[in-house]
Design a protein around this ligand. Structure first.
Ligand code: GLA
Ligand code: ZN
Length: 721
């Protein structure tokens, strides 16, 4: 059941249970003033609604009903949450083992949120009871446009190490493997004396003296993802049985590692996502674009920004403020990439509790200041943008990602710290910087609409993917593959006989090994929550510092290219040189960052060779190759190129693919995206952007443009063409 999209949605989490009547009475008039047309209610109200097991607090329910009625009367749609994300105090006290246990065996206490064991029968019974009640009471209310199941599954608790979860894990393994011998074989239990004689001997990966078996960890990740999905399905069944006409969502968190969102996306009617870019990071907008392109890719449909911060967050070590204009600009950049609404956390800033210092649409100060003006301004803009609701973004490039590969790679131990989808993210960033719109797709994607596909560091491709990529290239596609790809079999074991595995023949090269530098540890963005299993230490400098040749007769003469900060590469193909030349006035060096593959060229043409830096010992060996296959080409990049290197390769391969920026020659700081008939021009820079050739109606300002346009700093136009 799709969400109605006659207009773009605007609003946020609305928690009237935190406020007195007098304050609540101001809410709806203010919402109307700001153009709010959707409110998410009941996300954390379980403790209000259920006074004791099975005992509903009728007063709390009638307050909720009154709010839903009032929102409906004001024409504001309700995204009604089932309210199950924070079980109430009585549950923790009556059933202490409904609380989660961490890997040290510590049972967590009540007094925060998401305090539940993923296998607790009492929690399961509780979510069934509450979601059924919500659906029964409100499932035919016409204000309810969307059901919001739970909230950010896994955000704080994505695994539980209690005995009951251990039991469910064993059952899950038994189903997966059939026999303990199969499990021993799949996990490689001959290593470190880990052979089990029966399933009872298998435990969750609790705290251990040193590294866990990676296959054990990977199965634990898969199991925990499915435990959460089971909880989601329990609620979904209750809602669908009572109100099948209301679409269902649960809010995602970008590309949060513990949850396989591509799988989950198949189970929701509407993809919704929470996005909190850090205003202190200039590249946050690229990261946000990556996440947006990913949400769009899950279903190939518009989605909702369910949460973003209308101001500061309070949960980072340092919480930077958004600058004037960024609230609207960042919202619009996601609308441009296919979002059908910009909701936020939250409507009214709390006066108590853990999120007192988190920004909201109505701040502590009230509505007299500049903050409120920005809130109202975005409401006006979104109303003007109604014609884009429901329309699609067209992309000619796809960046491919694979949760399975990431799980395998992130649970393996070394050789470089894992950065979750790190290489795919940086290639996407380079496309973003080049002004080229890309879809982020899964391995199951239909590639026929794309001219260029990037498979970066995709650890465990299978033969089906190999065939699909081969057909893509044969049919005329340009494929870029990078280092790290194909290191594992689909089962998660090391690929023997060459690290490209099933993709080796397509690229016409084989990868013997990789030379690693030591700055990998610094370069990697370690994925929170997944990489915490990764033990070991990053290399430390010698306690004596750098050897001085006058007194270190021996050690000062030792070369250590691994300590270099770059991988040196020399282009030999004039087209690649021209591509590098096209980037800026003085040609930047073509370089990698932390690793270099030792490549055996079998049936391909090298277009660049390694020279020095980390790759010193590979001097003269191929670094980048290309192979013509049918009407297309397969390009292999045997290093993690830096920004300039990726820009050069994209300029070269993009030209073969005839992929062009959305707005060629766009001024610095300008992001351009085409959605349906509307060209979004978003000026992220501190200075005004001057553009020519802008003819049409700017929907945002409802004015007619006839060519030359000046877009002020941190603002946008949306040109209907
Ligand atoms: C998450 C939650 C919200 C709120 C915000 C604060 O996204 O879903 O309830 O805590 O974080 O940023
Ligand atoms: Zn548990």
């Amino acid at each position: 059941m799709p969400l109605k999209t006659n207009a773009l949605y605007y609003g946020g989490d609305y928690n009237p249970e935190q406020w007195d009547r007098q304050t609540i009475e101001q809410d709806i008039p203010l919402m109307r003033e700001a153009g709010v047309n959707m409110a998410t209610v009941n996300v954390f109200a379980w403790g209000e609604l259920e006074a004791d097991e099975g005992c509903w607090d009728e007063e709390a329910f009638s307050r909720l009903a009154e709010r839903i009625d009032a929102l409906g009367k004001a024409g504001i749609s309700v995204d009604l949450a089932t309210g199950t994300a924070a079980p109430p105090a009585w549950m923790a006290h009556k059933y202490p083992d409904s609380l989660p246990v961490d890997r040290q065996g510590v049972r967590l206490g009540f007094g925060s949120r998401q305090g539940y064991c993923l296998s607790s029968p009492e929690y399961r019974a509780g979510v069934v009871r509450l979601s059924r009640e919500i659906a029964t009471r409100f499932g035919s209310h016409e204000a309810v446009a969307l059901f919001h199941i739970n909230n950010e599954y896994g955000c704080h608790i994505h695994e539980c190490f209690c005995e009951r979860c251990a039991g469910e894990f064993r059952q899950w393994l038994q189903q997966k493997y059939g026999s303990i011998e199969e499990l021993n074989h799949a996990w490689g239990c001959a290593f470190w004396s880990q052979r089990r004689r029966n399933f009872e001997q298998v435990e969750p990966p609790r705290a251990t003296p040193t590294f866990h078996n990676p296959a054990h960890l990977a199965d634990w990740r898969r199991f925990s993802n499915e435990q959460m999905l089971k909880l989601f399905r329990l609620e979904k069944e209750q809602l669908q049985a009572r109100a099948p006409q209301i679409p269902i969502t649960t809010n995602f968190m970008g590309y949060f590692p513990p949850v396989d969102y591509r799988q989950w996306a198949r189970e929701v009617d509407v993809v919704s996502n929470d996005e909190y870019p850090d205003p202190a990071d200039p590249a946050a907008i690229a990261e946000q674009a990556w996440s947006a392109d990913m949400q769009r890719g899950y279903k190939g449909q518009p989605w909702l920004i369910m949460e973003q911060a209308p101001g500061v967050v309070q949960w980072r070590a340092a919480n930077a403020s958004k600058r004037p204009g960024q609230w609207a600009l960042w919202s619009l950049s996601q609308i441009a990439r296919g979002a059908d609404g910009a909701l936020c956390f939250q409507w009214r800033q709390s006066e108590a509790g853990a999120e007192t210092w988190h920004g909201a649409m109505v701040p502590h100060y009230g509505t007299a200041g500049s903050h409120w003006k920005e809130m109202v301004d975005l409401g006006t803009k979104l109303a003007n943008l109604s014609p884009v609701a429901g329309t699609q973004v067209q992309a000619e490039v796809a960046v491919m990602v694979d949760w399975e590969s990431e799980i395998i790679r992130s649970t393996s131990i070394g050789p470089v710290p894992h950065s979750w989808m790190g290489q795919a993210r940086v290639w996407h960033r380079s496309l973003f910087e080049a002004g080229i719109t890309a879809d982020v797709v899964g391995v199951d994607a239909d590639l026929s609409q794309y001219r260029m596909v990037i498979v970066a560091d995709l650890a465990a491709p299978d033969a089906i993917l190999g065939k699909k990529l081969e057909e893509f290239v044969e049919g005329g596609g340009q494929l870029i593959g990078t280092t790290g790809t194909g290191r594992f079999t689909p089962e998660g074991k090391a690929a023997l006989g060459g690290y490209l595995g099933v993709l080796s023949s397509l690229f016409g090269v084989n990868v013997e090994g990789t030379v690693y530098g030591v700055n990998a540890a610094e370069t990697a963005v370690v994925a929170e929550g997944v990489n915490e299993h990764l033990g070991g230490s990053t290399p430390q400098g010698a306690p004596d510092g750098n050897p001085d040749p006058r007194v270190c007769r021996i050690t000062a003469a030792v070369g250590a290219p691994a300590a270099a900060r770059y991988v040196g590469i020399e282009p030999v193909d004039p087209a690649l040189e021209r591509a590098m030349d096209s980037l800026c006035e003085v040609r930047p060096a073509l370089r990698g960052k932390t690793r270099a593959d030792s490549i055996e060229v079998e049936d391909a043409t090298p277009i660049a060779f390694f020279t020095d830096g980390i790759a010193t010992d590979l001097n003269g060996k191929a670094a980048i190759t290309r192979r013509k296959v049918g009407k297309g080409q397969a390009w292999y990049v045997g290093t993690d190129l830096d920004l300039a290197g990726r820009a050069g390769v994209l300029a070269l391969v993009g030209a073969h693919a005839r992929v062009r920026p959305v707005l060629p020659g766009a001024p610095a700081g300008v992001e351009a995206v085409k959605r349906g008939k509307v060209l979004f021009v978003l000026n992220h820079a501190d200075k005004a952007a001057e553009l020519s050739g802008m003819v049409g109606t700017d929907l945002l300002s409802a004015t007619q443009l006839s060519g030359h346009v000046v877009v002020p700093p941190r603002s946008a136009i949306a040109l209907w063409q």
